[in-house]
Design a protein around this ligand. Structure first.
Ligand code: GRF
Length: 219
């Protein structure tokens, strides 16, 4: 049997998306292994989800410069020889050096229907914009923030009376199956990226895959 694909996870916060991957692996729904969790916040709850030997966490201010932090993070990630690097609630912008080092195997989950609402406070901004729908996207990471090719999306309705918190909770509930389903395709080698275009089984996708209510991605 060949070795399981190796996933490194970058996380800054509570780690519910990481937990979803760990549960998927434990339940036999994701044929992979999480080999390390990396954080810019030494107190991040996400770190507690893996054994101490798999944790790396440093406060960026201790590194001296953005480049030094990115280099240290990159060295630590590279040391665990990941096939995939997944940003799951990683709240720090990755420098171009890091992004290039893990090009085409670096993905992020972002809580909006990209290209709408790049950056922070996406739920409040979707409400302010009067969007009828909101959701989450998994995309390849490029140096420009939240601008890489989008692999897959999950949509939720915006309801009357929503607050940023109620909307965030509805989106988070679809982020988990979205991330799991996308990782299943990635580790199986079915999704790749070429010149800014996502390919599924070698065919260009003209729009992101869409998560259905069964947790399945459809073209
Ligand atoms: C998620 O909404 C993710 O999309 C965003 O930050 C949140 C992280 O949640 N970038 P968790 O740490 O995975 O629970």
């Amino acid at each position: 049997m060949s070795a399981l694909p190796r996933i490194a996870v970058l996380a800054s916060g509570r780690g519910s998306n990481l937990q979803c991957l760990l549960d998927g692996i434990a339940g036999g729904r994701l044929q992979a292994q999480v080999v390390g969790v990396f954080s810019d916040r030494p107190g991040a709850a996400a770190l507690e989800k893996v054994p101490p030997a798999q944790r790396w966490a440093h406060a960026p201010r201790d590194a001296g410069s953005r480049e030094a932090f990115d280099a240290a993070l990159g060295d630590a990630v590279a040391a665990c020889a990941p096939d995939w690097v997944v940003c799951a609630g990683y709240m720090r912008i990755l420098g171009a050096g890091f992004v290039q080092r893990f090009e085409r195997r670096l993905v992020n989950i972002h809580p909006s229907l990209l290209p709408l609402h790049k950056g922070l406070h996406t739920h409040a901004r979707a409400l302010e914009a009067g969007d009828a729908e909101h959701g989450a996207s998994v995309h390849f990471v490029v140096p420009e923030l939240d601008a890489g090719a989008v692999i897959a999306q999950a949509r939720v309705p915006v309801l009357a009376g929503d607050t940023p918190d109620t909307l965030a909770a509805r989106v988070l509930a679809v982020e988990h199956p979205l991330l799991l389903a996308t990782l299943r395709l990635l580790v199986a080698g079915r999704v790749t990226e070429q010149a800014g275009t996502v390919l599924l089984d070698g065919q260009s996708l003209f729009s992101p895959l869409r998560l259905d209510s069964h947790g399945t991605l459809n073209a």
